[in-house]
Design a binder for this molecule. Structure first.
Ligand code: HEC
Ligand code: HEC
Length: 204
């Protein structure tokens, strides 16, 4: 019932803000679901959006729009998808998307999970890698502009950390500096651990 009301609210917003992308029968969330999958749980190269932090989503839509998030996948998929999403629509989409309950991907190699958890909670002092828990939270749930990481897919998490090491998305402070010193194995371990973190009951 709550979901239905939200959908109606989104429809109302769209009919006021009918930009070229969302004109006619193209509803924005349906449009996003073509790539991001049913209930926005992620599909193929497009990450899960459901349950992601509202402020983080707004920021990312703005950064795709401004072509600041510049890796291959952002360029080829999200620059066009965000081209006609203005600040108002971004906020409304983010409010709706962040309210959808996330499902954990649970797809990383199991033998790396324990090592990943240790790095997540303690960092790697010898390599100057800060503990992720300090910002992303004890259950990798994120807060405000810091994204929820728990349950994102192994492949997506791995790719994001690798892209920062390669110099893409360089404005996403503080992540390029934090990802820089991770070894390939440490990076894989973190991505694997995080793919299994789920929330029981969904906490906002
Ligand atoms: C053509 C396919 C496609 C469409 C349509 C699409 N997306 Fe995406 N989206 C992607 C891909 C691929 C990525 C991953 C980009 C990257 O790796 O940098 C992404 C990433 C994102 C992210 C960043 C997620 C994160 O965890 O950092 C957000 C937010 C997002 N999309 C929102 C939307 C919204 C809202 C819509 C609908 C208006 C939408 N997308 C439509 C393919 C798409
Ligand atoms: C000082 C705070 C801080 C610490 C410590 C930190 N992060 Fe982040 N992280 C952020 C912020 C802020 C963002 C969002 C950056 C942006 O706006 O694009 C982020 C984004 C991310 C993302 C992108 C998620 C997505 O949906 O695309 C990943 C993956 C990530 N961090 C992993 C890690 C890992 C792994 C560690 C530990 C090795 C870590 N972070 C430590 C603040 C932090």
């Amino acid at each position: 019932m709550k979901l239905l009301k939200l959908k109606i609210a989104i429809l109302a917003i769209v009919s006021c803000a009918a930009g070229p992308l969302f004109a006619g029968e193209l509803l924005p969330v349906k449009n996003c679901a073509w790539c991001h999958g049913t209930s926005l749980q992620g599909f193929a190269v497009a990450p899960r959006l459901a349950g992601q932090r509202q402020q983080y989503i707004v920021n990312q839509l703005q950064r795709f729009h401004a072509h600041v998030r510049d890796n291959f996948y952002s360029r080829n998929y999200m620059w066009a998808a965000a081209a006609n999403v203005g600040p108002e629509l971004a906020r409304e989409l983010a409010a709706y998307i962040s309210s959808l309950p996330p499902e954990a991907a649970q797809d990383g190699p199991k033998e790396l999970v324990a090592e990943g958890r240790t790095i997540y909670e303690m960092g790697v002092p010898d390599l100057n890698v800060v503990a992720c828990v300090a910002c992303h939270g004890p259950r990798a749930e994120g807060v405000r502009q810091i994204p929820r990481l728990g349950g994102l897919s192994y492949y997506y998490l791995q790719r994001r950390l690798q892209q920062w090491q390669q110099g893409f998305d360089a404005a996403a402070a503080p992540m390029p500096r934090i990802a820089r010193n991770l070894s390939p194995r440490q990076l894989d371990a973190l991505a694997s651990y995080l793919s299994y973190v789920s929330y029981g009951s969904f906490e906002r």
